[in-house]
Write a protein that binds this ligand. Structure first.
Ligand code: DMJ
Length: 643
């Protein structure tokens, strides 16, 4: 094989080599031809080697520059952590000083990680020196901090609105020493009820005054929501029990939490909690009550998510899932429940400027207006899925009562501008008078219950509130029948007083009959109980305000004494199981409405009329006073605040 080095590159022969003296000076004279040949051989081998090496060098074309129009140099790289851009395996770097900066940054990060790591180790060592309890306490403190922060976020002040006329909050002291004494007695009873709840049931919904511990029912769900505290606040306030009021306020501020997995009655929570909080806010001006009321109302809103907008009876405060009572006819919602939201919801819209609450209750009203009413009466049951009535039962007592009350009070609360509500009230009352109100053989006026075209001649303790309602609605009644309705109120008050007077304990039964020779007396054993209810005393108070007939104070005092004698125990006040028994047994429940309503109405009965005057205040169905809203336009829906 011929060596490529010996072949001409371009076809020309190579000239003989002249190696000269400069290459091999010592041998110049003595070099023979054979030596020259060997040297030539070595030289050609060297040249061949160099030439070959040239072909085996790596292909420099692979290192060609990308022309990006930048002064960047491409270096094969896959790590982008220094801030370069990776383009198909090449990292584009800025100029040299950038690379330097990246290295510095990398170093700084490494140092920081090292320092953090050491710090964490130190802290862990310190923690291990602490006891388990100390560690737990620290965790709790941290948790509390987070909760407080969340609360702060939730408690943003609401936009200010002009406060309505708040007249007669601190008045009412009677000049007559006898009346003053009676009033003081009622205040002392309130203190007894509160102090025992404070001692034995604090934070629970209600008190078991015999067992001396907390009590609750399904209407409040399964959590401790302090129903008695919220329900009692405004009574404490108007009685001047300010230390107790402050205790209650503090508990509400720190503990009343609505993010609980608890299924509550929408109606009860509205009348007791929202009504109680709003009244406490208006009386005291303390923002916390308004904020809590609005938070709670937000939790009730999912109950309205039904095909018709008629709310479920119950709602889970956490999940928002709603449902109806299992006992209600055909899965229906209850008239007295979904129809007793108006006052509180209008105030919520007024205070927040958010029409959502107002719209919910107005939607209910509009729906009811469109429906057929058998004999002009509203049945107690309405199915929220179909929008159809359930059983055709009508009552001015349980299941129906406060729906009628709120029609009248919507009108009063709007400064008599909500004439739509007044018309609905007038129509309903006319139908009730025609079909449900009768006189007994002994001359007692009573309100019976309508059941599928038949009148049941039985009246409930709950129905006794209607005496006060008729009196309250007398002024402004259709065809100038004010005298008639005041008279009707007086007759109902008389009948209900009879139901008390015909018992052994002088306390009224849960329900009483006007049938088969029986007049205003309970017949069935399970209707003979008295659970500290307010309705009869409520009617005495309204009748007193409108007539000043001393018999109402007298009847109220009889009831006060009977309650103090038969319901008072050392641990508070209890309901009794049989008002006809001379040795009654207790039900061992101090109902929250005893503090909210019964004692408040008694206190008002022995106060002057300038305490919470009825021209300025409207009491919700749980006796929580809400101020009249003097709105500019003729109907609430016409007020810009509600659009
Ligand atoms: C109260 O909670 C309210 O008055 C409600 O409207 C019906 N009754 C109870 C007390 O009896």
């Amino acid at each position: 094989m011929t060596t490529p080095a010996l072949l001409p590159l371009s076809g020309r022969r190579l000239p003989p080599l002249n190696l000269g003296a400069s290459a091999f000076p010592h041998h110049r004279a003595t070099l023979r031809l054979s030596e020259k040949f060997i040297l030539l051989l070595i030289l050609s081998a060297f040249i061949t080697l160099c030439f070959g090496a040239f072909f085996f060098l790596p292909d420099s074309s692979k290192h060609k520059r990308f022309d990006l129009g930048l002064e960047d140099v491409l270096i094969p790289h896959v790590d982008t952590s220094k801030g370069g851009k990776n383009l198909g395996g090449f990292l584009i770097h800025g100029q040299g000083h950038d690379e330097h900066r990246h290295r510095e940054e990398e170093e700084r990060l490494r140092n920081k990680i090292r320092a953090d790591h050491e710090k964490a180790l130190e802290e862990a060592k310190e923690k291990l020196k602490k006891s388990r309890d100390e560690i737990q306490a620290e965790i709790q403190t941290e948790k509390n901090k987070v909760v407080q922060e969340l609360k702060k976020k939730d408690s943003k002040p609401l936009p200010p609105v002009p406060l309505p006329n708040l007249i007669g909050i601190n008045s009412g002291e009677p000049a007559d020493p006898d009346v003053r004494e009676k009033r003081n007695k009622v205040k002392e009873m309130m203190k007894h009820a509160w102090d025992n709840y404070r001692q034995y049931g604090w934070g629970h919904n209600e008190l078991k005054p015999i067992a001396r511990k907390g009590h609750t029912t399904n209407i409040f769900g399964n959590s401790q929501m302090g129903a008695t505290i919220v329900d009692a606040l405004d009574t404490l306030y108007i009685m001047g029990l300010h230390d107790e009021f402050r205790e209650g306020q503090e508990w509400i501020d720190k503990n009343l939490d609505f993010s609980v997995n608890s299924e509550v009655s929408v109606f009860e929570v509205n009348i007791r909690f929202i009504g109680g909080l709003l009244a406490a806010y208006y009386l005291s001006g303390q923002e916390v009550f308004k904020i809590k009321a609005v938070q709670l109302a937000g939790k009730l809103l999912p109950a309205f998510n039904t095909p018709t907008g008629i709310p479920w009876a119950m709602v889970n405060l956490k999940s928002g899932v709603g449902r109806n009572w299992g006992w209600a006819s055909a899965g229906s919602s209850i008239l007295a429940e979904f129809g007793t939201l108006h006052m509180e919801f209008v105030h919520l819209s007024y205070l927040t400027g958010d029409p959502v609450y107002y719209n919910k209750v107005m939607h209910i009203r509009k729906l009811l207006q469109k429906m057929d009413r058998p004999n002009g009466l509203y049945p107690n049951y309405l199915n929220p899925r179909t929008g159809r009535w359930g059983q055709h039962h009508t009552s001015v007592g349980g299941l129906g009562d406060s729906f009628y009350e709120y029609l009248l009070k919507a009108w009063l609360m709007s400064d008599k501008t909500d004439t739509e509500a007044r018309k609905m009230y007038d129509d309903a009352i006319e139908a009730i008078e025609k079909h449900l109100i009768r006189k007994s053989n002994g001359g007692l006026t009573f309100i019976g219950e309508w059941k599928n075209g038949h009148l049941e001649r039985k009246m409930g303790h709950l129905t006794c509130f209607a005496g006060g309602m008729f009196a309250l609605g007398a002024d402004g009644s259709r065809d100038d029948k004010a005298g008639h309705y005041l008279q009707l109120g007086a007759e109902i008050a008389h009948t209900c007083h009879e139901s008390y007077d015909r018992t052994t304990l002088k306390l009224g039964p849960e329900a009483f009959k006007f049938d088969g020779g029986v007049e205003a007396v309970a017949v069935r054993q399970n209707e003979k109980y008295y659970i500290l209810r307010p309705e009869v005393i409520e009617t005495y108070w309204y009748m007193w305000r409108f007539t000043h007939d001393p018999k109402y104070r007298q009847w109220g005092w009889e009831a006060t004494q009977a309650i103090d004698k038969y319901c008072r125990v050392s641990g508070g006040f209890s309901g009794v199981k049989d008002v006809y028994s001379s040795s009654p047994t207790y039900d061992d429940v101090q109902q929250s409405f005893f503090l909210a309503e019964t004692l408040k109405y008694l206190y008002l009965l022995f106060s002057n009329d300038d305490l919470l005057p009825l021209d300025n205040w409207v009491f919700n169905t749980e006796a929580h006073p809400l101020p009249v809203l003097h709105l500019a336009n003729t109907t609430l829906s016409g007020n810009p605040a509600y659009r």
